[in-house]
Write a protein that binds this ligand. Structure first.
Ligand code: ADP
Ligand code: MG
Length: 411
């Protein structure tokens, strides 16, 4: 494993007596693409701001390589942040936005010019140097923010939902581009998103969070195939989560039957959660298998059909390329490899039965409406949150940021 560049040790952060991060431990390695993933409000931005130095934790320490930087102000840390709203200077053109940090550091005009053009080429904006920020699309503004951050040559780049404001197609393109940039530059990226697909497709390491607590740290494959609890299983991808009993190593009982599995180390007769991914379940004739049920709903999804099956009152979701009709009796076939056993947790029983599907969808829609409203508030300059100016300077100047606070507006 490569060197640890950033280490968060037992970090606790509270706002108004409310704990937002609790016992947060995370090692980030040199050149790694790490993603903090979790629902809105789980503490992702707080974790990022703690790394950047905008938040002083109540408890715990932040290390850069082996040096304790807990008390080091943001502008002295070798990190640069790209904020959700880009935080570009609207009164400066593209060139001056990118040059800003280098000017603060007193770099010569020739070097600045060369770096600005290099960075513009890197983010595919050659020829845009003299455009005003307001003449750019959202995607182009995002690229300027990236170019501006890279021009400061940070050791670590912190990106807070940087693609959140882009439409789906552009978002996908930018995911690929960002990943490429990260690989080319070798800079450590700490990326924040609530989008699990984005996290899985871009990251070397995913940190799944909920309620200010890390639920799991792993590669995208680990997180998907070996979720540690029901929260992770539910948040990443689709899953059927059932109550189970681990009878002994490699033998688990659920849905009224005993199955062979690949899991061990849970002890005898231990209550567990069992997760089965919809795409792993094979649809077979009901006579040939243990689990049978009646199809209650079928939705065509393009690549597959999503089939909801009522098995003794518990609704399973199956993804299959074979079509079935509501009312059909079908069998569900599983191999040991399809069964994944997890320890019980505070999340047990909260997810899993697709009869709650429509409720969950309802909540999702309400939550995303709220998020959209929040977003609209955020983008309203009049309501700009308190840190906007701070963010602009920090985003523009990296290390030299807050040091020259008074100068930012004069430039
Ligand atoms: P995320 O980025 O995952 O959406 P945040 O880190 O922004 O989450 O927030 C975590 C929690 O802390 C939320 O409940 C949020 O309301 C609260 N919070 C964030 N910033 C502040 C603040 N400055 N004052 C009080 N509460 C805050
Ligand atoms: Mg956030």
């Amino acid at each position: 494993m490569k060197n640890t560049i950033i280490s968060l040790k037992d970090i606790t952060v509270s706002y108004d007596g409310e704990q937002v991060l609790a016992g947060f431990n995370l090692d980030i390695h040199d050149g790694e693409f790490v993603t903090l993933l979790g629902p809105s409000g789980c503490g992702k931005t707080t974790a990022l701001r703690t790394i950047a130095g905008f938040i002083r934790p109540d408890k715990g320490d932040v290390f850069f390589y082996e040096k304790n930087i807990t008390d080091l102000p943001p502008h002295k840390r070798e990190v640069n942040t790209i904020f959700q709203k880009y935080a570009l200077f609207p009164h400066l053109n593209v060139y001056e936005n990118i040059a800003f940090g280098m000017r603060l550091k007193g770099r010569g005009e020739k070097e600045i010019k060369q770096t600005v053009h290099e960075m513009l080429a890197k983010v595919n904006l050659t020829g845009y140097a003299h455009r005003g920020i307001s003449q750019l699309s959202g995607g182009q503004q995002q690229r300027v923010a990236i170019a501006r951050a890279l021009a400061n040559e940070p050791k670590v780049l912190l990106l807070d939902e940087p693609l959140g404001a882009l439409d789906l197609k552009l978002r996908k393109d930018m995911q690929v581009e960002l990943k490429k940039l990260q690989q080319q530059t070798g800079i450590t990226f700490v990326f924040v998103t609530h989008d699990q697909e984005e996290a899985l497709s871009m990251s070397d390491t995913v940190v799944v969070m909920d309620g200010g607590v890390i639920q799991q740290i792993g590669t995208p494959t680990d997180i998907y195939n070996e979720p540690e609890n029901a929260f992770v299983a539910d948040f990443i991808g689709e899953s059927n989560i059932l109550d189970g009993l681990m009878l002994e190593d490699y033998s688990v009982k659920f849905a009224g039957h005993i199955f062979r599995c690949l899991d061990s180390g849970f002890g005898r007769n231990a209550a567990v959660d069992v997760v089965i991914r919809p795409e792993d379940i094979k649809v077979v004739e009901p006579e040939s298998t243990l689990i049978t049920g009646e199809v209650t709903a079928v939705t065509f999804k393009g690549v597959h059909y999503e089939i909801i099956v009522d098995v003794a009152g518990f609704k399973w979701m199956i993804q299959s390329t074979e079509c079935r009709q509501p009312g059909d009796r079908i069998g569900l076939s599983l191999t040991p490899n399809d069964i994944h056993v997890m320890h019980k947790s505070e999340y047990s029983g909260k997810f899993g039965d697709y009869s709650t599907f429509s409720d969950e969808m309802g909540e999702d829609i309400m939550a995303s409406d709220e998020a959209a409203t929040q977003e609209a508030d955020d983008s309203d300059e009049a309501n700009a949150p308190r840190e906007t100016e701070e963010e602009r300077k920090a985003g523009a100047s990296g290390k030299a940021g807050a040091e020259r606070e008074g100068r930012a507006d004069e430039v």
